[in-house]
Ligand binder design. Structure first.
Ligand code: NAD
Length: 472
């Protein structure tokens, strides 16, 4: 049981102004594994004041080389905690430990290092005619993050903000907040200057909204649901804050008729089921040639059957529970809707009978899905894959683009150039071609209602700069 009683504000542990607390539960055992204090608007005010003071007192004027050094130190301090981070997040979120170690714990370390490298090499000034255009840190940044890849999503903001010379007030998800205390410990251990990073906890309506409203916050970087993103944007509009949004998705994976099906279909299933489907960029719509439907269904069910459900702390587990009971009930509601609307369940759909504790749902696959069905339109955020047949390449592209979202996607073909041609037609921020690997220097972000702005690489770094022109 991890019992935290403070916030990390102005470089120190700070007692909360109020008395509220939140219990954090294990996704697998449902037991309370930690407790955190919840902030009030007063705590947010203190955190913003510390960030403002630090920015104005000179953090903004530090050199890129100095900030690169801080990032390297922070990356090493996080790396020393990889096991602790991985175990904590496996418990909070339910992701199996083998995957959690790589994705939830090591990836944020790599992301932090990538921004140390970038800021050390990027040119912050350019000559344009008789002007010099300079990039300056944006200011005090409010950050609001979700629970599904909690530390990864935090470092996707904190690392570029440090690199750029911003100061920040972070509100991690109240559902998976424990990992952020490990970040605070790392920041304290390396002696990150007081006030650069401030962390407050609590729910969205109280703490998140206080950040979005605060007049001394210059920019808000938000990752989460469309609904909360809309609310943050409208609050931020009152003081004309810059807002970046990383929101939901309903990404399509187009399998072309010349693809190696025995490779592509399991890859598509594994992508949809990663983190029990609680991944914003998951390929939750598999778009396949109608002529090959029987092969697809057979391969997809076989791939789902290999995803061994179990205890996230067991290295052999491939699929853990969902994060919480409300999340499971939401997902089960969608499964019922899918059946009621006439989709055909070919795998899963139930709670695994042998797992009586934890919010488990079997890997679930629906065939005979039509684009108008609810399960093909709404983000389910659970282990539910929909399979939609097409009759022509043109129709496959139209199905893929027929969504209010535009975060990610995949295309697989035996002919890479053909796959690339199709990939260029998808209205989304990133497309993996023939199983292309995640690249942390590539931009990540959404078209349409999947968001505004980009994270990672130089594109993510750019969000944290103001641009000024000097001419003489
Ligand atoms: P959520 O929107 O409920 O919560 C995200 C964060 O916003 C939390 O910290 C929450 O406390 C806060 N929040 C909630 N209401 C708020 C309000 N009114 N004002 C200010 N802050 C508020 O989302 P979630 O359930 O934590 O995460 C799941 C969602 O996040 C999914 O839709 C998923 O697709 C999306 N997501 C997107 C990305 C991406 O990079 N595009 C990454 C991960 C998750």
């Amino acid at each position: 049981m991890k019992n935290y009683e403070h916030f990390y504000i102005d470089g120190a542990w700070c007692a909360p102004a109020g008395t509220g607390t939140i219990d954090v539960r294990s996704a697998a055992t449902e037991e309370v594994i930690g407790r955190i204090p919840t902030a009030t608007a007063e705590d947010v005010g203190r955190a913003v004041a510390a960030a403002r003071r630090t920015f104005d007192a000179g953090w903004a004027l530090t050199t890129a080389a100095e900030r690169a050094d801080w990032l390297k130190k922070l990356a090493s301090a996080l790396e020393a905690r990889v096991q602790d981070v991985a175990t904590t997040i496996s418990q909070e979120v339910g992701m199996p430990i083998t995957m959690s170690t790589i994705v939830q714990a090591q990836l944020p370390v790599n992301v932090t290092r990538s921004f140390a490298d970038l800021i050390a090499t990027i040119d912050l000034e350019e000559k344009v005619g008789n002007s010099v255009v300079v990039r300056e840190p944006f200011g005090v940044v409010g950050m609001i993050t979700p629970w599904n890849y909690p530390l990864h999503q935090i470092m996707a903001k904190v690392a570029p903000a440090i690199a750029a010379g911003c100061t920040m007030v972070l509100k991690p998800s109240e559902i998976a907040p424990l990992n952020s205390y490990l970040l605070a410990e790392a920041a304290m251990e390396i002696g990150l200057p007081a006030g650069v990073l401030n962390i407050v906890h609590g729910d969205g309506p109280t703490v998140g909204e206080a950040i979005a409203r605060h007049p001394d916050v210059d920019m808000v970087s938000f990752t989460g649901s469309v609904r909360a993103g809309q609310r943050v944007s409208s609050l931020a509009a009152d003081t004309i804050k810059k807002v970046t949004l990383e929101l939901g998705g309903k990404s399509a994976f187009i399998v072309l008729d010349d693809a190696p099906f025995e490779k592509a279909i399991p890859a598509g299933v594994n992508n949809a089921m990663l983190n029990s489907g609680q991944t914003c960029s998951a390929w939750t719509r598999m778009v396949v040639p109608r002529t090959r439907l029987n092969d697809v269904l057979e391969l997809a069910s076989a791939a789902a059957a290999k995803l061994k459900l179990g205890d996230p702390l067991d290295p052999k587990t491939r699929l853990g529970p969902l994060v919480s009971e409300p999340q499971r009930q939401r997902v089960e509601g969608y499964i019922r809707t899918g059946i009621a609307e006439g989709a055909r369940l070919i795998s899963g759909g139930r709670r695994p009978p042998e797992l009586t504790r934890g919010h488990y749902v079997e890997p679930t696959i629906f065939a005979d899905v039509r684009p108008a069905m609810t399960i093909a339109r709404e983000e389910i955020f659970g282990p539910v894959l929909t399979i939609l047949p097409y009759d022509s390449e043109e129709e496959a592209v139209a199905i893929a683009n027929d969504t209010m979202y535009g975060l990610a996607g995949g295309v697989w073909s035996g002919d890479k150039d053909r796959a690339l041609r199709v990939a260029r037609r998808l209205r989304t921020g990133q497309v993996d071609v023939n199983g292309g690997r995640f690249n942390l220097l590539a931009p990540f972000g959404g078209y349409k209602r999947s968001g505004i702005g980009r994270e990672f690489g130089k594109y993510g770094l750019d969000e944290y700069f103001q641009i000024k022109s000097l001419q003489w």
